[in-house]
Design a protein around this ligand. Sequence first.
Ligand code: SAM
Length: 341
Amino acid sequence: MSDSTNIGMSPAAYLGQLIGNTGFIHAILLAAKLGLADLLKNGPVSIADLAEATGTHAGSLYRMLRALASRGIFSEDADGRFSLTALADPLRSDAPDSIHNWALFVGSEAELQTWAHLSYSIRTGKPAFEHIFGKGWFNYLDEQPEMAHIFNNLMTNGSSSDAAAIIEAHDFSAYRKIVDIGGGHGALLAHILEQNPQFSGVLFDAPSVIAGAAGAIDTYVNQGRAEKVAGDFFEAVPNGGDAYVLKYIAHDWDDERAIMILKNCRQAMAENGRVLLVEVVIPAGNAPSSGKFLDLEMLLYFYSRERTEAEYRDLLQRAGLELIRITPTASQFSIIEAVAA
Ligand SMILES: C[S@@+](CC[C@H](N)C(=O)[O-])C[C@H]1O[C@@H](n2cnc3c(N)ncnc32)[C@H](O)[C@@H]1O
């Protein structure tokens, strides 16, 4: 039996601890949903006031907070009031390192139900999400503004925290026009524009998402350096870019659909243009990778997968592109660079 994991306890104790965390995790997710950390940001609050503000049953809320406080998330004082702790602070919606949106997403009905149906996807190879909700994820978001808000904010949080690592890893200085395909609300593009005053940018996404794109990107729109374009990347993408950034796009789609998007980029790009896929590349063998669990999320939600280097090379080649370099970044993402074949 081989075991390269140094877990510092017996395998049974380790697994038992992981399995036993289910209740702990549900309590964290509900604390985020109830906005408890925000309610405590100005100091200790009594359980009666917390229950009133959240529309919950005081005695039960107390039991949940007591359990969380036993693991360092919130703390109870001698007067029975609760306050924030270092571990509770990132649950605030306005914390600098906030994981509030991430917790809202993981604790959403959609995500909880979908993971509960993992066995469906493992048995059939089909997305549990579509099986439960009767539609694809992006169509669902079009009809669920609250969930779309959480998802788009989650993408914005992720892109904002990963932007520095992505910009650091790739030399953007030669480009004049960069197009962010499926760029969400424009967080990554805004960071790239901020670091590279010599070029302009186009934010491209579905109409419902572009309609909500505001904030940092608008600074550059107002300066005439950025444009927001709504459309469908299976039909066409904006013309004339030197670089087409696709972060977390190819991984949402099966090969056939991903190739359609890549072909549209290939066709639209300027001479000597580049395609920059920003994705988590799956390492070989047993190597640890966040991508290997993200890949399960792809199995549950889409007809798609996280891909290995060889799979990206093949995908790009089938779209008339040649993979020329993969650059790891300080984040989980790598930049997969391709030119016309
Ligand atoms: C996983 S998100 C990635 C967002 C952003 N690139 C990031 O990493 O933060 C995928 C994006 O693709 C967009 N998208 C999905 N289908 C699309 C379509 N047919 N045309 C254009 N954009 C689409 C979604 O609206 C969403 O913003």
